[in-house]
Every structure is written in C-alpha cells, then in structure tokens.
Design a protein around this ligand. Structure first.
Ligand code: ATP
Ligand code: MG
Length: 359
C-alpha cells in the first residue's frame, strides 16, 4: 500500500516520468488522460494531492474534478503563467530582467514596433504556444504585417541577440525553502529544444543571479514544487525568456547526473518530504529524440540511458531522450561519433555543438 497518492493532470511523458520517480518512495503517482471518455469520477480522497504536467488544459469532467480538488497544488499559478501577457507582467512587476515587450492590441502599428524594438520583432501567441509554435516574426525589410487575429491574442517582443540559452530548474517547499540544480546550457533549433549540457563550470558565475530571479518568482507565487526558468545569456547577464510551472525538458539530465532527479524533487515538495540541494554525481548531456523512430543501436552506447516515450512518431514531435554521462570524455566523444552516423541531418548541428563544448 503506497504512503501517498499524487494525481497528475495530463498523461504525457512528464506524467510517466513522475510515476517512475514515485515508485521507490512508495508514492502512487497516477497520470490522468483528461480527455478520456469517462462516465465515472476519479476515486479522489481528501488526502490525495493533485499536480499538473502542463500549464493549460481543456475543460473536461476529469480536468474539472482534478483542478477543483482542495489539494490541487499551485492552482492559480497555471493560468497566470500560461498566458504570456500575465507572465511577462509578473516579471516586470518583480523587476526580473526579460526581453522588452508589449501587448499587441487593436492600435499597435508595425512601424511603431520597429521604431521601439528594432527591425525584427517576435510576435508570440499569449497562450497555447510550445516548441516554437505560436510565433511569428515581423520583419521591417520584408514589410510583414500583423496578422489580424493575433491582435489582443499575442505579445510583441524584442529580438534578443543572445550568446546562448540556459535554464534553471529549482524547487520551493511549502515553508518557502528553495533549492536549485546547476544551470543547464540548452540548444534550440527551430524553436524546439535539441540538446542540453549540465553542469558547466563556465556557467557557475551566473548561478547566483539566476537563483535570485527564480527565488523571487517562486516566493511571489507562493509556489510549491519544481519550476523551470528559461533564459538568454547576454554577456555576463541573464534575461528571462519564459517560465514553466512544472518539471521541464531541460531538467531531464538530472535523471542520470544527480542523486535526486527533478521528478523526485517535485514529488518530495508536493508531499512535504525532506528537500535539499540535489547532489550532482557527474556531468551529463541530454539529446532530445524528435520525430525519429526508435533505434536499438542507441542501447549499445556505453554511457547512455534511453527514455522512450512510446508515442506515435510524427515530424517535430518529442518521442524520447537520451541522457549521456560525461564521466569519461573519450566515451562521450565515441558515443557522439556513433550518433552522428545513425541520426538524420537535423541532428548533425546539435551533435557538433555538444562536441564543441568539450573540444
Ligand atoms: P517552449 O516549448 O519552451 O514552451 P515556446 O515555443 O513556448 O517554447 P519560447 O521558449 O518563448 O517559446 O521560444 C522558443 C525559442 O525561440 C527560444 O528558445 C529561443 O530560441 C527563440 N526565441 C524566443 N524568444 C526570442 C527572442 N525574444 N529573441 C530571439 N529568440 C527568441
Ligand atoms: Mg521555451
């Protein structure tokens, strides 16, 4: 009999990895397909805890039952962060550095945006965007126009000529204690995360600034659990790009490289179990598997752990990830060389990017 039961609103890979992490702690984690046809209610009790693996969801009998439960943790936070307008307003209110932006309203003129932000301006849908979807570049040189149905439904953001992208994954307990993993270096291609590396000694000087930012955000929201903060590094400073009130793709390396991965950390916070700074055992590289078929040759890599999500493979869809330890640099170089042979063209740049970091 499990000690505790945690229901997850959503049944994708994040829910599955939460379930996996709960097993050794005897936490019974139950991801819920909220759109499943169901005439019956879930057998929730007053001591159950509810979390979510996504920041937005359609209304259904099951999503209503979960989100109206008295222990739906962080309930009001999801809507506030799922809308880029309220999320960016929160960053401004807390004076956390972020790309300059404004709401795209009925009166916004493209020329005013170019005047304020420069010749390229990124429009982002307020809700529903992910993996680079829901973005539209306005380019002065091409006289691109503002799509009519994006007014009031999007924000306009300055294009940031960033040096690279990093993220911070942290946790906050109910009593307000915060702990963090080291910063992760991320490579995005066409708006989608391709690979991560963590920890990196060269990012250490940014760690304190990043922790201060995420700490102030989590405190303001009285947040409980794991939150991820995606940032742009511009010189010696960080600009927050966006926040995710959940476990996050850029934290997947913690499954291989730390003594407590982000999934267990989140469950501990939800269940009010002891929290601490997770110990990092070794450096890791995470390679996202996007729109490609499972290849059992990956399992022959000496330093790799495969997480296959068992979803239908479609172009651009995240279907798994590989965590590679960097404990032995030669073994890493060997694994990357093999992946270069086995993987399609779109992986060549990310694999080169990994090699360059260890070159
Ligand atoms: P996610 O799947 O992480 O939720 P998303 O599609 O919701 O992503 P963002 O993270 O805001 O949206 O943007 C995706 C990527 O687009 C970023 O990782 C970055 O590479 C690029 N990008 C976003 N905003 C800017 C900007 N202001 N300037 C330059 N590049 C940007
Ligand atoms: Mg993002």
């Amino acid at each position: 009999m499990a000690d505790k039961r945690v229901w997850v609103l959503g049944d994708g890979q994040l829910g599955a990895m939460l379930r996996h992490a709960g097993q050794p702690l005897a936490i019974d984690v139950r991801p819920v397909d909220i759109m499943a046809p169901s005439d019956e209610k879930l057998p929730l009790t007053d001591t159950d805890i509810i979390t979510a693996e996504r920041e937005q969801w359609p209304e259904s009998p099951l999503s209503l039952q979960l989100s109206q439960h008295c222990h739906f943790i962080n309930g009001p936070v999801f809507g506030r962060l799922a809308d880029r307008y309220t999320q960016k307003s929160l960053l401004d209110q807390l004076k956390v550095a972020t790309a300059p932006w404004e709401l795209l309203d009925d009166n916004t003129q493209a020329n005013d945006l170019y005047h304020k932000y420069g010749e390229r301006v990124l429009l982002k849908r307020r809700t529903g965007g992910y993996d680079g979807k829901g973005q539209h570049w306005l380019k002065q040189a091409e006289s691109t126009s503002i799509p009519a149905d994006w007014r009031n439904q999007a924000i306009a953001e300055q294009a940031i000529p960033f040096d690279e992208e990093v993220s911070l994954v942290g946790v906050r307990s109910r009593s307000g204690e915060c702990f963090f993993y080291p910063l992760t270096l991320n490579l995005h291609q066409d708006g989608i995360l391709m690979a991560s590396i963590a920890p990196l000694a060269r990012l250490q000087p940014l760690q304190a600034e990043a922790e201060t930012m995420l700490c102030s955000i989590m405190h303001e929201l009285e947040y409980v659990g794991v939150m991820a903060m995606e940032c742009f590094r511009v010189g010696d400073h960080l600009l927050v790009n966006e926040l995710a009130p959940r476990v996050h793709n850029s934290g997947h390396w913690t499954q291989a490289g730390t003594h407590m991965d982000q999934f267990q950390l989140h469950l501990r916070a939800l269940c009010e179990l002891p929290l601490m700074t997770p110990q990092v055992n070794f450096q890791c590289v995470m390679v996202n598997l996007i729109g490609i078929d499972k290849d059992d040759r990956w399992l022959s890599l000496a330093n790799a752990e495969l997480f296959w999500y068992d979803k239908e493979v479609r172009p651009g869809r995240k279907v798994g990830h590989l965590n590679l330890s960097v404990l032995d640099k030669n073994a890493l170089a060997d694994s990357i060389a093999r992946l270069q042979q086995w993987m399609p063209t779109q992986y060549q740049a990310p694999l080169m990017w990994i090699l360059a970091e260890f070159g």
